[in-house]
Design a protein around this ligand. Structure first.
Ligand SMILES: Cc1cc2nc3c(=O)[nH]c(=O)nc-3n(C[C@H](O)[C@H](O)[C@H](O)COP(=O)(O)O)c2cc1C
Length: 339
């Protein structure tokens, strides 16, 4: 039998959002729910510390930069019920969580529409320094029309064109992270007064369809230089983008075989960015509900189903407690089939 180290390791990433109502719409009304306090730092620091103590690999923040499409005749119902509005910036929050944690990965979503790559690359490098190399970026292109209009667009950019935009965005960011400061450019020599060697700090002179950036990168290269990269597209163009850039992909996967099939796709090996490609990971979503095994009428699943408004959740998959979900008894060993 393989030793513990040789076995494939289960990766645990908590799926969060800096808002009161992420994907389980209405759950903020549960008597024990705390997410309505999402604007309080202590809520997130406590959670981050608990996840770190529980050996989670990462805490991951989803994000949107606009409202979902019209619902019940307009956008007012989003505000009335609170699904992903209000929603606060994850990057700013992660900076605080970097100070309150030591090991856990700090992953955040940022859309190519919301920030110029020069500014974004600088923010990420700064955060990677502050967290000593724990930052991950979920690259999204924003599917919400309101988000595009918030950043000056007229309409939603066509699907594949959004990925073309993202290709240039990440190329520009790679140039800043990887190609600007050479490893030995920083001297900080108090004796000579030479802070850095200009012959080892390069302008990037990026010229593309969307961006023109001279450089050099204003931040020092951080521990990772380029952060760990997530992606979640599953269309043909999205999969191609993920295969080229992502080290981990989020999957709304109906079953384990789907994940295995996705992981085995040959284009996963075509990623050209890394001299020695980092291992690809597919992450599947799981909703864990403590106490559901005890009794259908008194367990947590039953209490959750009674929360008013929970039926209005927007999640497209119906693997909720009591709806064909797996049940783990006390003492269950993760890694074995629960059913
Ligand atoms: C698990 C998961 C999480 C996602 N999180 C975000 C997010 O936080 N923000 C966002 O704008 N899009 C998010 N998306 C949407 C994807 O980035 C992408 O736009 C969507 O899956 C459609 O891509 P495709 O057309 O290539 O399949 C998420 C998708 C999945 C499956």
């Amino acid at each position: 039998m393989a030793t513990f180290q040789e076995r494939p390791r289960l990766l645990l990433s908590a799926f969060l959002m800096n808002t009161s109502s992420h994907i389980l719409g209405g759950m903020w009304r549960h008597p024990e729910a705390q997410q309505h306090r999402f604007n309080e730092l202590s809520l997130w620091v406590d959670l981050a510390k608990k996840l770190e103590d529980a050996k989670f690999d990462a805490l991951f923040f989803a994000d949107v930069v606009g409202l979902y499409g019209d619902h019940e005749g307009g956008w007012a119902s989003h505000v009335r019920k609170g699904p992903q509005v209000p929603s606060h910036d994850p990057l700013v929050l992660l900076s605080a969580l970097a100070a309150g944690t030591k090991d856990i990965g700090l992953a955040m979503t940022s859309s190519v529409i919301q920030s110029h790559p020069f500014q974004f690359a600088r923010q990420i490098s700064t955060l990677d320094h502050l967290s000593q190399g724990r930052v991950a970026w979920n690259i999204v292109t924003s599917v919400l029309e309101n988000a595009h209009r918030n950043f000056g667009g007229q309409d939603l950019v066509a699907h594949d064109d959004r990925y073309g935009w993202a290709e240039e965005y990440v190329e520009a960011a790679y140039k800043l992270w990887e190609g600007s400061w050479e490893d030995d450019a920083l001297l900080a020599d108090k004796e000579s007064g030479l802070y850095a060697d200009p012959s080892k700090v390069n302008k990037i002179n990026h010229r593309g369809d969307f961006y023109s950036i001279d450089g050099p990168h204003l931040a020092l290269p951080s521990a990772q230089r380029t952060p760990f990269l997530f992606q979640a597209g599953s269309s043909a163009r999205g999969s191609q983008f993920a295969a080229t850039h992502a080290e981990a992909t989020f999957l709304f996967a109906p079953h384990a075989q789907y994940v295995a099939k996705k992981n085995a796709q040959p284009d996963r090996k075509s990623r050209r960015r890394w001299p020695q490609p980092r291992r690809y990971q597919g992450l599947r979503r799981a909703v864990l509900c403590r106490g559901i095994h005890r009794s259908r009428s008194q367990g947590a699943g039953s209490r959750i189903r009674r929360v008013p408004g929970f039926g209005g959740n927007r999640c497209p998959h119906r693997r909720w407690p009591g709806r064909g979900s797996w049940r783990f008894g006390p003492g269950y060993a993760l890694g074995t089939n629960p059913n």
